[in-house]
Design a binder for this molecule. Structure first.
Ligand SMILES: Cc1cc2nc3c(=O)[nH]c(=O)nc-3n(C[C@H](O)[C@H](O)[C@H](O)COP(=O)(O)O)c2cc1C
Length: 328
């Protein structure tokens, strides 16, 4: 089984990838998408979204990061993929799943699923443009409006020479509305020998097992679940390996959050560092009730000194509670 950390624009950036891969369980990451229109983008665009390019294309924990491209024209997609390969990307991923209206209106993302032939020609052009040792993967949904062209897309991607396909088991019309239709993925598995990665609505090790059974896929991609429970990849791996592991306690997550805040503070305008912390707390609070309380405590704070003090105080309270001897 391989576990892949899903690409998530505006959420899973290099800082988050470093932090999550450090916890273990993740075999590969994918960057947020890079928009490709007609131009060959300058190297700095790729380095900004994928600073790992300057460290062998891997996170500090040694997990490879594929660069994701999004666009509707084979030739510029191929040129930009070749540039990513030259810059050291260990793999190229092609986004055919983005549901955003603005993206779809400008000829990118899930709208292309209405044209399996074009999807195939983009994959084939990118495949030809990058060295054979560099995998070219694709990420799709079940379709745009409906699932009628699902298998056509899968087969077009396979015939174009992709190394793998990740399937988010919903159409664009489904948006993010549960459930994810994992059993639909099994239809693709039955039609092709192309490795398939199942994606969507995996929140727990039990979901991972159910998804594997329904989709007939060993390999899974985790997105929001890994943000709500940062140790989910490690827990899934342990549980499916037959040796369930201890979940991380909130105190350890709070320490991660503090570390995350300080990394962000060092990287961006200090007054912007609180935003990503609040955003992450928005995910964490689905699983950890303490995250909801912390979020309520800092949601109006912008001053980084105040945010830092609030995070320190929260952690100190947790530490004091842990260190306090149990009552006799
Ligand atoms: C905020 C957000 C940003 C996303 N950005 C991307 C992206 O840049 N590229 C992509 O292929 N998918 C993107 N996705 C889709 C996810 O990779 C994934 O397919 C989806 O969240 C379903 O998986 P999950 O239920 O495990 O989260 C995004 C999803 C969310 C919620």
């Amino acid at each position: 089984m391989r576990l892949i950390l899903a690409p998530m624009e505006g959420v899973i950036d290099a800082t988050m990838r470093a932090l999550l891969t450090d916890l273990g369980g993740i075999d590969r990451c994918v960057t947020e998408f890079v928009r490709v229109s007609q131009q060959l983008l300058p190297p700095r665009v790729f380095r900004r979204l994928c600073p790992e390019l300057d460290s062998g294309g891997c996170t500090p924990a040694g997990v490879p990061v594929y660069v994701q491209l999004l666009g509707g024209q084979p030739s510029p997609m191929a040129d930009n993929a070749a540039r990513c390969a030259e810059l050291g990307a260990p793999g190229i991923d092609l986004n055919f799943g983005c549901p955003a209206k603005t993206v779809n209106k400008s000829d990118g993302g899930a709208i292309l699923l209405q044209e399996p032939e074009r999807v195939g020609s983009i994959v084939a052009a990118v495949r030809r443009a990058v060295p054979a040792v560099i995998p070219v993967t694709a990420k799709i949904r079940l379709g745009f409006e409906d699932r009628s062209q699902f298998l056509d897309n899968v087969l077009a991607i396979a015939a174009a020479g992709a190394s793998e396909i990740a399937i988010h088991a919903r159409t664009r019309r489904d948006g993010y509305q549960p459930p994810a239709w994992w059993d639909e993925i099994a239809r693709a598995v039955a039609q092709t020998s192309l490795p398939i990665v199942a994606n969507g609505e995996i929140w727990s090790p039990e979901d991972a097992r159910r998804c594997q059974l329904a989709s007939q896929c060993q390999d899974l991609m985790l997105g929001r679940g890994a943000l709500r429970r940062p140790d989910l990849p490690r827990l899934v791996r342990a549980s499916l390996g037959g040796a369930p592991a201890e979940p991380m306690a909130w105190i350890d997550i709070a320490a991660l959050l503090q570390h995350f805040f300080h990394s962000k503070r060092a990287q961006c305008e200090p007054r912007h560092a609180a935003g990503p912390v609040k955003q992450w707390l928005g995910y964490l609070r689905h699983y950890y009730p303490e995250a909801g309380l912390l979020f309520a405590g800092i949601k109006r704070l912008i001053d980084p000194v105040a945010v830092s003090a609030a995070l320190d105080a929260h952690l100190a309270t947790l530490q004091a509670g842990r260190d306090r001897p149990a009552a006799a």
